[in-house]
Design a protein around this ligand. Structure first.
Ligand code: FHN
Length: 618
């Protein structure tokens, strides 16, 4: 019998809790306490003691909605990683250090006294806050979040808590945060601070610096009370209205430290925070880093932060700039799932961006000028991930504008929105306004499009439909690329009635089939296969015990999978499971069935089928 206490379990009501800033931890505690009285075995599954927010009145959903309204409208922001490391662009003693440049002090195990010498050279004389913010604005970005202090501990503002700051310690002698705050206000861009609240490699109580043995360590509480708290207070009181306070790397903080930082956000009642102040801290929205989630978290606001190239901070050797096409499509992809895109740029030691970054931002701006309507203020649409691209939506009175972001322009002039059942009021190209004809077809709605796309990266069609979009649920089927992703919340879970427990749970707002203790429980999706062939099967899953065994079948064909532990139930990994031949087209049943005797509980987020022989270019 598997040990029930080892499987994390989250009451489904938790998923519905919005990220009310004040008092959410109180709510969480109540939810868990309630579930504990009815199901005693859950006691060990409560999250380990976490810093809790000070007990303040719970913010009403309306208040939260009005605070976050501008951010939901904005969709697109600039993230800036800038600091002492930019002076040498991630090179130490002429040598390339691995990873992102802002980590150079740690990667090179650079002693504090030596790293301070780079701070002494920090003199970005070409920096012009108005020009910098102007570029963000031209790119269509509505807010800007910059590293006020990163892990290296150097304050990019005139810190009153330490002389280790840009005004007192560097030849530059100007308060960069104050210049940017002013420029943002002037140009109507919301301004936000990134602040590394726990990790600080310069202060002897900060988390992270284990290499400089000359430091006489003090407690992390001392670091928080004499540096982080006064700096955060200063940032929230001396720089005008702050839209976002962006915490990072919550490590090794006491509850008192957490509370003292958390309570400071009251200084600006309208400020939004991300979810990285403490572990399990929800903030106003969730941050994903570098990668776009395949599926949006349920009932939560969220963003993806991502560097425009490889490194967050300026790195000389980093030429890995994402193409404008990728960046525009990322923006559309994220918006189509309801998220925001926080795109990072990396000023150099002189205070300007590399031409590659400037060029991309200008090009995105041009696209936004024509197509911004399909991004700003939009929400996720029910039309998930059609073959041709993505879809964002905007409700307007008794109709809804669906913005069809067409990445793959149909060669035959026919674009089909599968499953769409609403009456169409109008269809037009955002670029140029050409009116397009539409017709209802068996599969959904067909839009007739001209031979050439107006935009090679993302051409947007505005389709106005009556009422709220209704999308008939068609059986999921592999896309043009041969890939079919099956998610936990689309699965039917069998044999979980009564005392049996397998069900839909969430980690990080992403659903999985979890608490799958019973080897008699199994899951199923109904799908349609149009192209027979051999399909590679993989799963995004987590297993805590040494290994688990199960079968995956598509009707009569099946494979046996044996998957080793991923480390913990919270650690999700994509595992290749093998291949399955599907010899005939048609409706199929895909099943995941435990192997009795060799089964260990696993959490299953996603099963993917990919037809062999298909390439991404197909
Ligand atoms: O360690 C940092 C990293 O340098 C960078 O600031 C990113 C941005 O999201 N955050 C941390 C890692 O999660």
């Amino acid at each position: 019998m598997p040990d029930r206490n080892k499987q994390p379990r989250f009451p489904s009501s938790l998923a519905r809790l919005r990220s009310a800033r004040h008092g959410l931890f109180v709510l969480v505690a109540v939810v868990f306490a309630t579930s504990r009285t009815t199901t005693q075995h859950l006691s060990a599954q409560r999250p380990a003691a976490q810093p809790t927010a000070t007990q303040q009145p719970t913010e009403s959903p309306d208040a939260n909605a009005s605070r976050i309204a501008w951010w939901r409208e904005a969709k697109f922001g600039m993230f800036v990683h800038w600091g002492v490391y930019s002076v040498v662009g991630g090179q130490y003693k002429g040598q390339e250090l691995p990873n992102s440049a802002e980590w150079m002090m740690a990667r090179g195990k650079i002693p504090i006294a030596e790293y301070e010498q780079y701070a002494k050279q920090f003199n970005p004389t070409a920096f012009d806050a108005d020009k910098f913010v102007g570029l963000a604005k031209r790119a269509g970005m509505k807010y800007l979040v910059i590293t006020a202090k990163h892990h290296d501990g150097f304050a990019m503002f005139d810190s009153k808590a330490t002389a280790y700051n840009v005004v007192d310690f560097s030849p530059f002698g100007r308060d960069i945060m104050s210049e940017l705050a002013e420029a943002c206000q002037k140009q109507g861009i919301k301004f936000g601070f990134y602040y590394s609240q726990a990790q600080d490699w310069h202060h002897p109580g900060g988390f992270g610096n284990g290499w400089d043995k000359t430091i006489k360590r003090v407690s992390s509480d001392q670091y928080v009370s004499e540096k982080a708290v006064p700096e955060v207070r200063q940032l929230l009181t001396e720089y005008g209205p702050i839209g976002i306070f962006w915490w990072d790397t919550p490590r090794a903080m006491s509850e008192a430290a957490f509370n003292s930082l958390h309570s400071l956000t009251k200084l600006q009642p309208d400020v939004l925070t991300n979810d990285r102040l403490g572990e399990n801290f929800p903030g106003d929205y969730k941050t994903f880093e570098r990668n776009i989630p395949r599926q949006a978290p349920h009932g939560k606001d969220w963003e993806v932060c991502m560097p425009i190239s490889g490194s967050w901070g300026y790195k000389k050797s980093d030429t890995d700039f994402k193409s404008t096409r990728t960046l525009i499509r990322n923006l559309a992809d994220i918006a189509s799932k309801g998220g925001n895109y926080l795109l990072n740029v990396s000023p150099t030691g002189t205070g300007t961006l590399l031409p590659q970054a400037v060029e991309r931002l200008e090009q995105i701006g041009q696209w936004m000028q024509t197509n911004g309507e399909s991004i700003y203020g939009t929400t996720a649409s029910l039309i998930g991930k059609p073959d041709w691209g993505r879809c964002t939506a905007k409700a307007t009175g008794d109709s809804t504008a669906l913005y069809l972001h067409v990445f793959d322009w149909p060669q035959d002039g026919k674009l089909v929105i599968r499953g769409l059942e609403n009456d169409v009021q109008s269809a037009s190209l955002l670029d140029g306004g050409q009116i397009l004809s539409t017709q209802t077809v068996d599969d959904g709605v067909l839009v007739s499009v001209p031979a050439d796309p107006p935009d090679a990266d993302d051409s947007v069609i505005k389709l106005v439909v009556s009422g709220t979009p209704e999308v008939r649920s068609l059986l999921p089927t592999p896309g043009k690329d041969g890939v079919l992703e099956l998610f936990a919340d689309q699965a039917f879970i069998h044999n979980n009635e009564g005392s049996r427990d397998a069900g839909l749970r969430e980690h990080d707002g992403i659903p999985h089939v979890g608490y799958w203790l019973d080897d008699q429980a199994w899951v199923e999706w109904e799908i349609e296969i149009r192209e027979p062939g051999v399909y590679q099967v993989s799963a995004v899953m987590s297993v805590q015990e040494s290994q688990t065994e199960f079968r995956v079948s598509v009707n009569d064909s099946q494979l046996s999978a044996s998957v080793p532990s991923t480390g913990s139930y919270g650690r999700y990994v994509r595992r290749d499971l093998g291949t399955i031949r599907v010899s005939q087209a048609g409706r199929k049943s895909v099943r995941v069935i435990p192997a009795p005797g060799s089964w260990q509980p696993m959490n299953l987020r996603q099963l993917t089928l990919k037809r062999e022989g298909k390439t991404d270019a197909d």
